[in-house]
Write a protein that binds this ligand. Structure first.
Ligand code: PHB
Ligand code: FE
Length: 326
């Protein structure tokens, strides 16, 4: 592709969407696709998949490690800085030397990500919602949905339900039980603390809590003990990113079933397909990427180690990429 061709606008007619640039990258959208133009080429993604992935990068602050939007486009978090890449985690692109990577300050790049997400999201489209619970994102620009995009991410200081901490979900605070979880018991445990311990002893119904989640594929921090973060989530359809881990994480399947495609983190070569049913536990290694599929809305506990020391310990070989060897 000639340089002149790569610099021509990817989208002809004015649909009402703005075009965004950072470094050598340019982002445009049309009725159906996001077009990413960069020195050496042009990449195309379905707009629904692009917005769902971008929503995760924005809400999770670029997450742990790599967020692959698809096999070509993605970001890697260096915690303060972030790399935007095309093809750098794709064996064929790297072999052909067609991969490009640029590093930005996280704050600068986040500003662009938020602007794109807000401008390109049409009225009624919720990138966190299951496909059956949202309008479609396609077509000319039509309104916006900033309320959905700016949802506050649940991040408990100690645990959901403690005094002064993030609240248990109820009908009254706007979290009705999801249509797929009507059979989930909604009672709360009774806690009888001795005088003086009311702020130290607590319990809540996690299944009831997750049955009331209005979003999918969005782990939220529900309990914290030093670096140990319990991040349960409710899942329906497809995880919109291929997450490239920079640390080990554990999955505990709390209900129903998720199938995971596990691939090599650096090349994308297939490694495993893991079917997890209620009660199954798996450790996802630190050198893989993974994407999950869930037909029936299901509940998953993602257990993260939030220590900022881990990525470097893994890169330097001082920490193993798996938590156990059999
Ligand atoms: C993950 O990448 O580990 C992940 C992300 C979102 C989820 C579940 C798991 O909802
Ligand atoms: Fe992951």
């Amino acid at each position: 592709m000639s340089t002149a061709a790569t610099q021509a606008p990817a989208v002809g007619r004015d649909l009402g969407y703005k075009t965004y640039s950072i470094g050598g990258f340019r982002f445009e959208r049309d009725e159906y696709f996001a077009h990413i133009t960069y020195p050496g080429g042009r990449h195309l993604m379905p707009i629904d998949a692009f917005l769902r992935a971008l929503m995760r990068d924005v809400a999770w602050g670029f997450f742990y490690g790599t967020v692959n939007f698809d096999e070509v486009l993605g970001t890697t978090n260096y915690y303060g800085e972030v790399e935007l890449f095309l093809g750098a985690k794709n064996e064929a692109f790297v072999r052909a030397r067609r991969d490009v990577t640029e590093r930005f300050s996280s704050a600068d790049f986040m500003k662009i990500c938020k602007a794109i997400l807000s401008d390109w999201t049409n009225e009624g489209f919720d990138p966190f919602a299951a496909p059956l619970e949202t309008a479609a994102p396609f077509g000319d620009k039509r309104g916006s949905n900033d309320k959905a995009l700016e949802r506050e991410r649940v991040s408990a200081h100690r645990m959901v339900g403690l005094a002064g901490d993030t609240e248990v979900r109820t009908n009254a605070n706007g979290y009705p039980v999801n249509r797929m979880f009507e059979d989930v018991p909604q009672h709360q445990p009774v806690v009888e603390a001795l005088p003086g311990f009311a702020n130290e002893v607590a319990a809540f119904n996690l299944f009831g809590y997750l049955s009331r989640s209005d979003v999918t594929w969005n782990p939220s921090v529900c309990s914290v003990l030093r670096d140990s973060l319990f991040c349960p989530t409710s899942e329906e359809y497809i995880l919109p990113i291929d997450h490239g881990n920079d640390r080990v994480e554990w999955f505990i399947q709390l209900s129903d079933e998720i199938t995971w495609d596990v691939k090599d983190g650096a090349t994308g070569r297939p490694r495993a397909r893991v079917t997890m049913r209620a009660g199954d536990v798996a450790a996802m290694p630190a050198d893989i990427r993974h994407r999950g599929y869930s037909t029936k809305r299901s509940m998953l506990l993602v257990w993260e180690n939030g220590s900022s020391a881990i990525p470097e310990l893994i890169r330097s070989g001082k920490a193993p990429v798996v938590p156990v060897k059999f």
